[in-house]
Design a protein around this ligand. Structure first.
Ligand SMILES: Cc1cc2nc3c(=O)[nH]c(=O)nc-3n(C[C@H](O)[C@H](O)[C@H](O)COP(=O)(O)OP(=O)(O)OC[C@H]3O[C@@H](n4cnc5c(N)ncnc54)[C@H](O)[C@@H]3O)c2cc1C
Ligand code: SF4
Ligand code: SF4
Length: 418
């Protein structure tokens, strides 16, 4: 490979986009990988552990970051988005918008700018559960390993203080948004997924009660590098959590919200049961499910978690989450489908297993793509646009890797006109 039209653009730097980029580049293609966040890794970066082995996601990501660094055929742009895309298989024209980071490659990550910055902003990696200075490293394992200045402070005294604190000439307050034109033979679309806005399911109490959180927030609450340093405590009063209710299908399999099954959340919740049980051996976990989806090789993981007598699984549809004024605990109510009786359970914390929405909800390619009824990409009208990973359907990391490797092969053959 090597001709001008044998280049590949990968949109989305989550595990799927990273995989597609590396596989294509290692097979000889020239790859541009763009990501709208200031770091690569996508949602996987925000996980505490991976099911079923319960290993930290950083291991796998680090290996991939090394492969990217070592491969001159991959160009990475973070804080980058597509402005326009036109053309046909073998010959696409993309215009990228590159947003300023206000920090250049001189950054040594000394952290001095952050120390002097008094303006606090919500921490997006922790889903806003805590705040951080507006001069920040997105997270401890961030790639690229470089600080960022929030655009909100640029032009203020705060930014000037950061500039003065930096001894390495790494802050550039004159950085401007820039455009980059690319000619590529094919495009891999790997914009992933977003958690469903579960506050829309008003009877579940999210947004109303601080002790009702989402499953993605629980990943951060359990993580050593999360907002509490890995202590599972109640957001309302900071007390250690003794009991949780894991409420399944929060917004999924519901005609009024997401009509489909999000596929992953049963496994994620089984994993969440292990997070609490390991940290607090005296704890109790109540999981309320309609069905448990743990297919194929994941069945063993389900059976293992189920064998813990302090993990109580009840086939039940939860109808209401409220606060019990007397105890200050959360009250979960529903119907035990197996026993045909009412369920009433008091717990310290409610964790809602939120559904996964396609990443096309916030940005769709300007060229033809075929979508299913829910906005997931089923294929492309013009064959040079190749979807990969969770933008096609909710899937776990192993399936995302397989799918993205296949997408890389398809991208190469399309770029080569085969
Ligand atoms: C609660 C929960 C727990 C989970 N736990 C596990 C687990 O333990 N094990 C497991 O295997 N799987 C787990 N998963 C699933 C896992 O998160 C997904 O498999 C994985 O995130 C898929 O990666 P992706 O790259 O397809 O999407 P994403 O991780 O969403 O990455 C997409 C990337 O594209 C970027 N992007 C989006 N739009 C644009 C745009 N327009 N321009 C540029 N960039 C863009 C995003 O910023 C993001 O970085 C879990 C899911 C949930 C909900
Ligand atoms: S921008 Fe400067 S002060 Fe801030 S972390 Fe980087 S080198 Fe240190
Ligand atoms: S995976 Fe489980 S929790 Fe998620 S939507 Fe499907 S059945 Fe509900």
């Amino acid at each position: 490979m090597g001709d001008e039209n044998r280049k590949i653009l990968v949109v989305g730097g989550g595990i799927s986009g990273i995989t597609a980029a590396i596989e294509a580049a290692e097979a000889g293609a020239e790859v541009t990988l763009i990501e709208r966040n200031p770091y690569l890794g996508g949602r996987v970066t925000q996980l505490n552990q991976y099911f079923p082995k319960l290993c930290p996601p950083t291991c796998g990501l680090e290996i991939n970051f090394r492969r990217i660094k070592q491969n001159p055929k991959i160009s990475v742009y973070t804080l980058a988005e597509i402005e326009s895309l036109s053309g046909s298989p073998g010959n696409y024209q993309a215009v990228l918008k590159l947003n300023p980071r206000y920090v250049n490659d001189n950054c040594t990550c000394c952290g001095k700018c952050s120390e002097v910055c008094e303006t606090q902003i919500p921490n997006p990696v922790n889903y806003g559960m805590d705040t951080m200075p507006a001069a920040y490293l997105p997270h401890a394992m961030a790639f690229p390993f470089k600080y960022v200045l929030d655009p909100g402070i640029v032009g203020t005294e705060e930014a000037r203080k950061c500039l003065d604190a930096c001894k390495y000439n790494a802050i550039d307050l004159d950085m401007q948004p820039a455009s980059l034109n690319l000619n590529v033979g094919s495009v891999v679309w790997a914009t992933g997924w977003d958690p469903y806005e579960v506050e829309k399911v008003d009877y579940l109490g999210f947004g109303k009660y601080p002790d009702v959180i989402t499953s993605v927030m629980f990943e951060r609450l359990s993580a050593y590098n999360g907002p509490t340093g890995g202590k599972i405590i109640r957001p309302s009063d900071g007390k250690p959590v003794q009991s949780i209710a894991l409420v399944q299908c929060a917004g999924s399999r519901d005609e009024n919200h997401l009509a489909y099954c999000s596929g992953i959340c049963c496994l994620a919740s089984l994993k969440h049961a292990t997070y609490l049980r390991e940290k607090n051996p005296d704890s109790k976990v109540y999981m309320f499910y309609i069905d448990i989806r743990a297919m194929g090789k994941y069945e063993d993981f389900y059976v293992k978690v189920q064998s813990d007598e302090n993990v109580v699984l009840t086939k039940s549809k939860i109808a209401r989450v409220s606060i019990d004024r007397e105890s200050g605990q959360m009250l979960v109510e529903g119907e035990d489908i197996g026993r045909s009786e009412k369920v009433k359970q008091l717990v310290d914390l409610v964790v809602l297993a939120v559904g996964m929405k396609p990443g096309t909800a916030s940005c769709k390619p300007s060229l033809d793509m075929d979508y299913d009824d829910f906005g997931f990409v089923t294929g492309s009208g013009s064959s040079g646009l190749i979807p990969a990973g969770c933008v096609k359907a909710p899937m776990e990391v192993a399936a995302s890797l397989q799918d993205s490797t296949a997408a890389a092969l398809k991208a190469i053959s399309t770029a080569m006109g085969r």
